[in-house]
Write a protein that binds this ligand. Structure first.
Ligand code: NAP
Ligand code: MG
Length: 502
C-alpha cells in the first residue's frame, strides 16, 4: 500500500472543490450491492496523474473474490427485488436522472477525467462528459420502446415474441474515454433491464467511481450496477470467466479481446468486442483542402491519438502528397502541447509511462524502417509527464510496422496512392476494420469508396463523428457487435418465442 497522496500537488490545475474533495475522501472503494466496500484482500493501487506523475488516489484492488461478490449481488438484483419489476417508464426516468446528474457534476467529472487520463480539459468538458450524459438520455428513450412481435401463426395458436434482458453483464472498459465508455456500456444495458458489473481500466478508475456515487444518488437499486476496480488479468479475467455472468462486453486491445473470448467459453456467455483499428483516411485531390487538413489533424491527434477509430493511416493522392503533408505537419506543429488544464492546450500527455514507452518504440521503429518524421518524432520536452510530440511520418509504406500496428498515440503515417482503386486496396489492406474516411467533392466517388471500404464506420468529408443514434463497431479483427444506436439493444436483449394454444 502506498503513502497517502498529496492531493493538492497531484491535482494542481483542478479548480472544482468537489473533485479535490472526492480525491481526498480516502482510498476509493468498490461499489458492490449498493455499498462502498474495500477489496477483500485489503489491497490498493495508485492512480497517477500522467501530466505530473504524482499519485492522485489509492484505489481498491478488487480481484476474483470481489468479482464473485459483485456477480452474486448483480444476480440477486436481477432475479429478485425492485429491478425486474420496475415499470419501463420508471427506468426511463432513472436514466434521465443519471444524465442530469452527469451534467450537474460536469465540471467535477471533466476535471477528474483530465487528472486521471491526461486529456485536455477542453476535450473532457466539450466531448467526454456531455456525450456521456447524452448517451444515458438516448437510451432512456429506448427503455419504453423495446418491442416483441406477433407472428402469423395458425388460428388455433397465438405466437408472439418477447425481447428480454440477457441478465448479468460483465463490462470491461479501457482508459481512453473512461466515463464515455462506461456510459456506452451501462446505459443500453440498463435500458434493456440488465444488471452490470463494470471493471474500469486501472489507469483511469476515478470517473467510473464517481459515476457509481451518482447512480446511487439517482436511486438505482442495490446490486444493479456494481463497480469493481482492479487489474485486467485478475479482476477482468475473473469477470470474463465467471460462470454466472451471462454476457461480457469488452473494449480494448485485440490481444485481450482474444483472451476474453477464450474465457467466455466456459459457460458460453455472449460476447461483444471493440478492439481498435488502423483506420484509413483517404484524401483525393478534389477535396476541400483546408477542411481535409483540419479533419485529418483532428482524426489523428485528438486525445493524443489514443482513440480506437483514429485516422492513423493518412492516404494522400501522389499529386498532392508533399503539399498536403506539409500543411498537416504545420497544423500539428501549431497544437499546443502541455498542461491539460490550460484552456489553450490542445494536447496533453499520454495516459501512462507504459503507453509513452510503447509510442516512443513505434517512433523508433518508423525511423528504422525508413519513414521520415516531418514534424515531431520524439517525446515532449517537459520535465515531468508522459508527453509525445504530434508526429507526421512521410515516406511511409503500408507494409511498415507503423502502418500495420495500432500505435495508439499521436502518430500519423502518411502514405501516397495512385488512384481510387489503389486507395481502396491499400486502405483495406489491414487486419482491422473499425473506421475509414474519404475526402472528395465527387459524390459518386465518395459513395463508391464508402461502399468498398471494409469498416464499421465510414466518414465522408469529416472525421471522427459519433452520435448515440448511430451504431459503432468493427469489421474484421476490430471486433464484433455494435454499440450505440438501436443496434446496442441486440447486445443486451434476447428473444423469447411464446406459443399459446387457443
Ligand atoms: P487492454 O489491456 O486491452 O485493456 C483494456 C481493459 O481490459 C482494461 O480494463 C484492462 O484492465 C482489461 N484487461 C487486461 N487484461 C485482461 C484480461 N486478461 N482479462 C480481462 N480484462 C483484461 O489495453 P491496454 O493494455 O490498456 O492498452 C494496450 C493497447 O490496446 C493500446 O496501446 C491500444 O493499441 C489498445 N487499446 C485499444 C482501445 C480501444 O478503444 N479499442 C482502448 C485501449 C487500448 P487493466 O487496464 O486494469 O489492466
Ligand atoms: Mg490514472
Amino acid at each position: 500500500m502506498g503513502a497517502t497522496p498529496q492531493v493538492e500537488s497531484a491535482a494542481r490545475g483542478a479548480k472544482s472543490s468537489s473533485a479535490i474533495q472526492f480525491l481526498k475522501s480516502g482510498p476509493k472503494k468498490l461499489l458492490i450491492n449498493g455499498k462502498w466496500v474495500p477489496a477483500k484482500s485489503g489491497k490498493t493501487f495508485e492512480t497517477i496523474n500522467p501530466a505530473n506523475e504524482e499519485v492522485l488516489a489509492l484505489i481498491a484492488e478488487g480481484d476474483k473474490e470481489d468479482i464473485n461478490d459483485a456477480v452474486k449481488a448483480a444476480r440477486k438484483a436481477y432475479e429478485e427485488g425492485k429491478w425486474p419489476n420496475m415499470n419501463p417508464h420508471q427506468r426511463t426516468r432513472l436514466l434521465l436522472k443519471i444524465a442530469d446528474l452527469i451534467e450537474k457534476h460536469g465540471e467535477e467529472l471533466a476535471e477528474l477525467e483530465t487528472l486521471d487520463n491526461g486529456k485536455t480539459i477542453f476535450e473532457s468538458k466539450n466531448i467526454d462528459i456531455p456525450i456521456a450524459a447524452e448517451v444515458f438520455r438516448y437510451y432512456a428513450g429506448w427503455a419504453t420502446k423495446i418491442y416483441g412481435e406477433t407472428n402469423p401463426s395458425e388460428p388455433s395458436i397465438f405466437n408472439f415474441t418477447l425481447r428480454e434482458a440477457v441478465g448479468v453483464c460483465g463490462q470491461i472498459i479501457p482508459w481512453n474515454f473512461p466515463l464515455l465508455m462506461a456510459s456506452w456500456k451501462i446505459a443500453p444495458a440498463l435500458a434493456c433491464g440488465n444488471v452490470v458489473v463494470l471493471k474500469p481500466a486501472e489507469q483511469t478508475p476515478l470517473t467510473a467511481l464517481r459515476l457509481g456515487e451518482l447512480l446511487l444518488e439517482a436511486g438505482i437499486p442495490d446490486g444493479v450496477v456494481n463497480v469493481v476496480t482492479g487489474f485486467g488479468p485478475t479482476a477482468g479475467g475473473a469477470l470474463a470467466a465467471h460462470p454466472d455472468v451471462d454476457k461480457v462486453a469488452f473494449t480494448g486491445s485485440g490481444e485481450v479481446g482474444k483472451e476474453i473470448l477464450r474465457a467466455s467459453a466456459g459457460n458460453l456467455k455472449r460476447v461483444s468486442l471493440e478492439l481498435g483499428g488502423k483506420s484509413p483516411n483517404i484524401i483525393f485531390p478534389d477535396a476541400d483542402a483546408p477542411a481535409a487538413v483540419f479533419g485529418s489533424m483532428m482524426g489523428i491527434f485528438m486525445t493524443q491519438g489514443q482513440v480506437c477509430c483514429a485516422g492513423s493511416r493518412v492516404f494522400v493522392h501522389e499529386s498532392m502528397y508533399d503539399q498536403f503533408t506539409d500543411q498537416l505537419s504545420q497544423m500539428a506543429q501549431g497544437l499546443t502541447l502541455g498542461d491539460p488544464f490550460d484552456p489553450n492546450t490542445r494536447m496533453g500527455p499520454l495516459v501512462s509511462k507504459e503507453q509513452h514507452d510503447r509510442v516512443l518504440g513505434y517512433l523508433k521503429a518508423g525511423k528504422d524502417e525508413g519513414a521520415k518524421a516531418k514534424v515531431g518524432g520524439e517525446a515532449g520536452a517537459m520535465e515531468k509527464g508522459y508527453f509525445v510530440k504530434p508526429t507526421v511520418f512521410v515516406d511511409v509504406k503500408n507494409t511498415m510496422k507503423i502502418a500495420r500496428e495500432e500505435i495508439f498515440g499521436p502518430v500519423a503515417a502518411a502514405i501516397p496512392f495512385k488512384d481510387e482503386n489503389d486507395a481502396v486496396l491499400q486502405g483495406n489492406d489491414t487486419s482491422y476494420g473499425l473506421a475509414a474516411a474519404v475526402w472528395t467533392k465527387d459524390i459518386s466517388r465518395a459513395l463508391t469508396v464508402a461502399r468498398r471500404l471494409k469498416a464499421g464506420t465510414v466518414w465522408i468529408n469529416c472525421y471522427g463523428m459519433l452520435d448515440p443514434i448511430s451504431p459503432f463497431g468493427g469489421y474484421k479483427q476490430s471486433g464484433f457487435g455494435r454499440e450505440l444506436g438501436k443496434h446496442a439493444l441486440e447486445l443486451y436483449t434476447q428473444v423469447k418465442s411464446v406459443f399459446a394454444k387457443l
